[in-house]
Design a protein around this ligand. Structure first.
Ligand code: GLC
Length: 491
C-alpha cells in the first residue's frame, strides 16, 4: 500500500465530502452530555497518587478488577490497568466522594464539553451543518454553556405543553445539577513503577471516571417524545449514552423499562422520516447485563449503524456469545486484525445492521450490508474524511470550522497502520475475499456483505485523546449521510 497515494485520497475525500455536506438538512443528537474535568497525568502526579497506598493493596485491587469506583483504591487500580495496557476505559462511580477525593488529591487542568452527544453536537455545528438538534435529558444551565454559541444548535424546550426548538442556553432545566466526569489522560512512554512492578505506557490514552448521580435517567421527556415531529426534518440521528442505564433503580424501575423507552424513541424517530438513518456510538460498558441489553434489544434490528473501537468490539462479541473471537481481538498479535474484521462482520450480522465502523489506531474497518445506496468509493471517502477530522482533533485539540479541519490533511497516514494492512492483505487475498488490486483500493466485496478498510492518519503526540473516537464516528456517519443526500438530489 502506498503512503502518498493514501494521503492524496484523504485530500480528495475531504473536498468531496465538503461539497456534499450542504445537502444535509439536519441531524438529531442525543442523549449524553456532561462536563469533562481533564487532567493530563505526569510522573509526578502519579508518584503522588501511588504514595498514598501500599503497593500490595494496589496489586490486590488490580487483580480484583473493580468495575465501579467505590473507593480511591478502585480508581488507582483501574488507572494502573488502563495505563499498563494503553487501553481506554470508562468506569462509573455512584458516589460524590470520588469527585471530592480527586479534586483534593489530584485536581484538573481544564474543563470542557464532554459526553459523546455533547461533543458530537458541537463538532457538527463547527463543520457547518445547518441544523443540529441536541437532546440531553439532564441539561443544566452550566452544561448548556458548553454548547457552541450558534444559531444552528438547537434543543427542544417544553413551554405550556408545547415543544419549541431553542439554543441550549434558552432550553435548560432550571435548578438541576451538572454531571462532571474525570478524564485522566496519559502519554505513551510514561514510566510507571508500583512496588516491584514497572512498565512503560504503550500508547496515549485515558481513563474516564464517569459520575452517575442518582437522578440520572436515560429518558425522553414525555412531551418531547409525543411531539417529536417538532424537530422538523432530520436526515439522521446519532444516539449515545445508553451505558448510563442501571440494572435497578431505587423507585423499583429496572433497565428493562429504560430499554423499552429507548426503543420507542428510536421507532418514533424512524416513523418521522423513512429515509432516516440512525447511528449508535458505543463506549465502554462495564455492566455485562446492560451491555448485552443495549446490543441485543436497543441496537439489533432498530438502528442502522454502529461505531466502536477495538476493545468495544471484543466486549460486544463477548456478551453476544463469541468468546473465542473476542479473545482473538483482544490478544491482537498476528491474527488481531483478521479477528477484528471477522468481529465487525459478526456484529453486522448478529445485530442486523447496515454498517459497522471500527476505528483503531492506524486504520478503520467498515463492514457493510449488501444493498447500501452508496458505492464503496463513497463509503471510503466518508471514512477518509473522518480520519482527517480525527487528525485535526488530535493535533489542535479542537475543530472550530470546516476550513480549520484541513489542518489534519497535513498529518501523514500512519505507517504502522499501513503495515498492519499489508499483513491483512495476505489473509484477504489468500482467502479470496478480494483481489490484490481491490485491496489496494480498500475494498472487499463479500458474498453476504462488503467492507471498506483504510489506513488512517495518526498524530504522534496528540493534545488529548478524549473525543477523537467521537469525531471519527460522527464524521464518517454524517459524511455518508451527506453523500446519500447528494446522490438523491441527482448531483
Ligand atoms: C463518554 C464519557 C465522557 C467523554 C466521552 C468522550 O461519553 O462519559 O466523559 O467526554 O465519552 O467520548
Amino acid at each position: 500500500m502506498d503512503l502518498a497515494e493514501w494521503d492524496q485520497r484523504h485530500r480528495d475525500a475531504f473536498y468531496s465530502v465538503k461539497e456534499a455536506l450542504p445537502y444535509l438538512e439536519g441531524v438529531f443528537v442525543a442523549y449524553n452530555s456532561n462536563i469533562d474535568a481533564i487532567k493530563h497525568l505526569n510522573e509526578e502526579d502519579l508518584a503522588k497518587l501511588l504514595e498514598l497506598f501500599e503497593a500490595a493493596e494496589i496489586q490486590e485491587k488490580i487483580s480484583a478488577y473493580p468495575r465501579e469506583i467505590k473507593e480511591p483504591l478502585d480508581f488507582l487500580a483501574r488507572l494502573m490497568i488502563s495505563m499498563r495496557d494503553g487501553k481506554a476505559a470508562e468506569v462509573p462511580t455512584y458516589t460524590a466522594e470520588t469527585h471530592e477525593w480527586l479534586k483534593g488529591h489530584l485536581g484538573f487542568d481544564y474543563a470542557r464539553m464532554g459526553g459523546q452527544a455533547g461533543i458530537i453536537a458541537n463538532l457538527l455545528v463547527h463543520l457547518g451543518l445547518k441544523k443540529v438538534v441536541a437532546y440531553v435529558p439532564w441539561l443544566s444551565e452550566e452544561q448548556a454553556g458548553y454548547f457552541a454559541p450558534s444559531e444552528s444548535l438547537l434543543h427542544p424546550k417544553v413551554e405550556g405543553g408545547k415543544v419549541f426548538l431553542k439554543h441550549p442556553l434558552e432550553a435548560y432545566k432550571p435548578g438541576i445539577d451538572s454531571k462532571v466526569n474525570w478524564i485522566l489522560e496519559y502519554s505513551k512512554d510514561l514510566d510507571v513503577s508500583c512496588g516491584g512492578n514497572t512498565f512503560k505506557v504503550p500508547r496515549d490514552n485515558r481513563l474516564i471516571i464517569s459520575s452517575r448521580p442518582k437522578w440520572l435517567r436515560l429518558d425522553m421527556d414525555k412531551e418531547i417524545y409525543e411531539q417529536l415531529d417538532s424537530l422538523g426534518h432530520v436526515d439522521g440521528a446519532i444516539l449515545s449514552g445508553y451505558q448510563m442505564i442501571k440494572e435497578e433503580y431505587e423507585d423499583g424501575t429496572t433497565y428493562e423499562d429504560y430499554v423499552a423507552k429507548s426503543v420507542r424513541a428510536i421507532e418514533k424517530l424512524k416513523s418521522l422520516n423513512p429515509e432516516l438513518r440512525i447511528h449508535v456510538e458505543l463506549t465502554s460498558i462495564q455492566n455485562r447485563v446492560i451491555r448485552k441489553a443495549i446490543l441485543e434489544e436497543i441496537v439489533a434490528g432498530h438502528v442502522h449503524s454502529l461505531g466502536l473501537d477495538t476493545v468495544e468490539v471484543a466486549n460486544a462479541l463477548n456478551v453476544l456469545g463469541h468468546e473465542e473471537l473476542s479473545y482473538a481481538v483482544i490478544r491482537k498479535g498476528e491474527n488481531g486484525i483478521m479477528a477484528l474484521y471477522q468481529g465487525a462482520v459478526q456484529l453486522l450480522e448478529d445485530l442486523a445492521l447496515e454498517r459497522v465502523h471500527v476505528h483503531c489506531l492506524g486504520f478503520y474497518i467498515c463492514a457493510l450490508a449488501k444493498g447500501h445506496p452508496l458505492t464503496l468509493k463513497e463509503h471510503r471517502d466518508s471514512l477518509l474524511f473522518a480520519s482527517s477530522l480525527a487528525a485535526t482533533q488530535a493535533l489542535e485539540g479542537k475543530i472550530e470550522t470546516l476550513d480549520e479541519a484541513e489542518a489534519g490533511l497535513e498529518v501523514p497516514v500512519s505507517e504502522k497502520g499501513l503495515e498492519d494492512l499489508e499483513n491483512f492483505k495476505l489473509y484477504c487475498v489468500g482467502r479470496k475475499l478480494c483481489s490484490p488490486d481491490e485491496f489496494e483500493y480498500g475494498y472487499i466485496y463479500g458474498v453476504k456483505h462488503d467492507a471498506v478498510i483504510v489506513p488512517s492518519k495518526v498524530v504522534s503526540k496528540p493534545r488529548a485523546t478524549v473525543g477523537i473516537g467521537d469525531a471519527i464516528s460522527a464524521g464518517a456517519f454524517v459524511a455518508m449521510l451527506a453523500k446519500m443526500k447528494q446522490k438523491w438530489a441527482g448531483k
